[in-house]
Write a protein that binds this ligand. Structure first.
Ligand SMILES: C[S@@+](CC[C@H](N)C(=O)[O-])C[C@H]1O[C@@H](n2cnc3c(N)ncnc32)[C@H](O)[C@@H]1O
Length: 272
């Protein structure tokens, strides 16, 4: 067997098919937009991402799968302009209302998909192209080539390491098999085959979170699982109760045993 004969695009597609949860379409992301925004805006993930990316004032950034502006909003204050691209109208509505409240005027939101014809949509090249936790594509090779093609200086991709934000212990608690799908190592190998040798940094997040009520803690885990049966609901409740600590102030802290890890892949256009 030769390394060059490994079809990473195909391995990626097969690993995606084995994932424990169903593929999320536009309407799934629309439905999840308010909850996702609440959990992710002002997160330590965004802070760490920006520390590693070191934004420069002259950059125009194309943020693919921007979501509610987890990165587009803090980036806007530090770069010339941001184009936020997402196929979910509800995600972009979250982003636009936050931008308006914060007086941010240099973000252009475009409702479009990874696979749309960006030239036809008038999306120009940008100094920097990013995809943060949004590499949800069937054709990984085309997506990577597209990012590379649209950047004039740098590309950044934040991709899951192993289970990423999912807690395998929650799946065990509700009695479901856990198969997280492909992670960053597929992307690194495919980039290598494209002649791109990315720098790899890691972002590790402490997942302990504090809530006003036990119910809020239960709700905060629900996004990881599609519809639950009554027996699975009981498993979710048991999972939370085993990890919940009540403080003297009456708040509840949910302690996960594993930290969440992301890989930040980056490369410079000029040196490739
Ligand atoms: C996990 S969220 C990440 C949001 C943000 N980049 C972050 O790091 O917090 C994934 C985002 O990708 C978007 N998305 C998923 N598939 C997409 C596609 N095919 N085309 C465009 N956007 C997509 C979703 O609507 C969602 O907003």
């Amino acid at each position: 067997m030769h390394y060059k004969d490994i079809d990473w695009n195909r391995l990626w597609q097969e690993a995606r098919r084995r994932k424990s949860w169903k593929k999320k379409g536009r309407s799934d992301w629309d439905r999840r937009a308010p909850g996702f925004a609440k959990r992710n805006i002002d997160s330590s993930y965004a802070e760490r991402f920006l520390q590693l990316v070191k934004p420069e004032p002259h950059w125009r950034v194309l943020d693919i799968g921007s979501g509610p502006g987890t990165l587009a909003l803090p980036l806007a204050a530090r770069v010339q302009a941001v184009t936020a691209l997402d196929f979910s109208a509800a995600m972009l509505a979250e982003l636009e209302s936050r931008a308006a409240r914060q007086g941010i005027t240099n973000i252009t939101a475009i409702q479009a998909s990874w696979t749309d014809d960006w030239r036809q949509l008038g999306i120009a090249e940008h100094e920097v192209v990013i995809s943060s936790r949004s590499l949800s594509v069937v054709d990984l090779k085309s997506a990577l080539e597209k990012m590379h093609g649209w950047a004039t200086e740098k590309v950044f991709i934040a991709d899951r390491v192993g289970s990423g934000p999912f807690d395998p212990e929650l799946f065990a608690a509700v009695g479901r098999p856990f198969e997280p799908g492909p992670d960053f190592i597929f992307t690194v190998n495919l980039l290598y085959q494209l002649g791109i040798h990315p720098k790899i940094d890691y972002i590790e997040i402490d997942q302990n979170k504090t809530f006003a009520t036990r119910e809020d803690a239960v709700e905060s885990c629900r996004w990881m699982l599609d519809e639950l049966t009554p027996a699975e609901e009981a498993g979710l409740a048991a999972y939370v109760d085993e990890r919940l600590e009540q403080s003297d102030a009456g708040t509840y802290t949910l302690r996960r045993s594993s930290r969440v890890k992301w890989a930040l892949l980056s490369w410079e256009k000029r040196t490739v």
